[in-house]
Design a binder for this molecule. Structure first.
Ligand SMILES: Nc1ncnc2c1ncn2[C@@H]1O[C@H](COP(=O)(O)OP(=O)(O)OP(=O)(O)O)[C@@H](O)[C@H]1O
Ligand SMILES: [Mg+2]
Length: 254
């Protein structure tokens, strides 16, 4: 069974074809990197999959179910999680509150303002579980705005995990991070459950090589290569024409 399947997905913004006839299928537990130059349509594709925008044409399936017309909330309920390219945190709330809110939304608990959170043990347990998995448990009481940049991205990952996704879309999870922060994020992503399907937009090829077993290359909204990293790495045409690299450069992490 495929976890996620796109068939002939297209999206125009006016005259611009941001996504053109995109088709691919991702197996359960597969780790796929989506790469391509700025403006290639990677984020647009994520917005289409997560229901943020609707395609003009094509079909999107989640676990073989047609979800093409689903809203973002319904996609989330159906097992699709995502992080955003730009910060999407409640900066004035604590780390704990940010994650708890996401867990709460999934569990459908309406917290009464004056009722202690301790009245909902599963809420606390699941929130702590997520905070442990993104290594932020010791930062629980810190306001999101006071976290380091790397920690903020960890928190975003936590919020996405709190929705208990089966398919997780990560839009540039290491963008703007230091080398050390990037290493920590990679380790964190490597230790996620094996059956969690990951689709990662990433410019850093070391990160791509560390995480992905398959690379899909987008250019001008079209899939121009799809294969295992070795295959794509050796595809010098892809390197030269679409990643703006010298054809002789061993750019994809030889
Ligand atoms: N809502 C929108 N309205 C109009 N044009 C848009 C909209 N969203 C994206 N675009 C355009 O669609 C194209 C694809 O943009 P997209 O953000 O998907 O690229 P990307 O591959 O994620 O790039 P980057 O690597 O810079 O994040 C770009 O030309 C962009 O300007
Ligand atoms: Mg983008």
């Amino acid at each position: 069974m495929s976890a996620l399947e796109l068939e002939g997905v297209a999206k125009h913004f006016g005259a611009l074809a941001a996504t053109q006839d995109v088709s691919f299928s991702v197996e359960v537990g597969e780790r796929v990197a989506l790469v391509g130059p700025n403006g290639a349509g990677k984020t647009t594709l994520f917005n289409l999959i997560s229901g943020e925008i609707m395609p003009d044409k094509g079909v999107i399936r989640l676990s073989d179910q047609d979800v093409t017309q689903y809203s973002p909330d319904r996609m989330s309920e159906s097992g699709l999680g995502r992080t955003f390219q730009k910060n999407s945190l409640f900066m004035e709330s604590t780390v704990y509150e940010n994650v708890r809110l996401a867990v709460q939304r999934r569990l459908g608990i309406k917290l009464k303002v004056f009722k202690s959170v301790d009245r909902y043990p599963e809420l606390r347990r699941e929130t702590e579980e997520v905070l442990n998995s993104v290594r932020l448990i010791s930062r629980s009481e810190t306001k999101a705005k006071n976290l380091s940049y790397g920690e903020q991205r960890q928190l975003e990952l936590g919020i996405a995990l709190a929705t208990s996704p089966r398919v997780l879309l990560l839009d540039e999870p290491t963008a703007g991070m230091s080398g050390k922060e990037t290493g920590e994020m990679v380790t964190m992503l490597q230790t996620l459950p094996q059956d969690l399907t990951l689709l990662i937009v990433e410019h850093d090829m070391d990160v791509v090589m560390a995480l992905a077993s398959r690379i899909i290359v987008l250019n001008f909204g079209e899939v121009i290569a799809d294969g295992d990293p070795e295959e794509v790495r050796r595809n010098k045409e892809v390197l030269a024409a679409y990643l703006g690299l010298d054809a002789d450069e061993e750019a994809l992490g030889a």
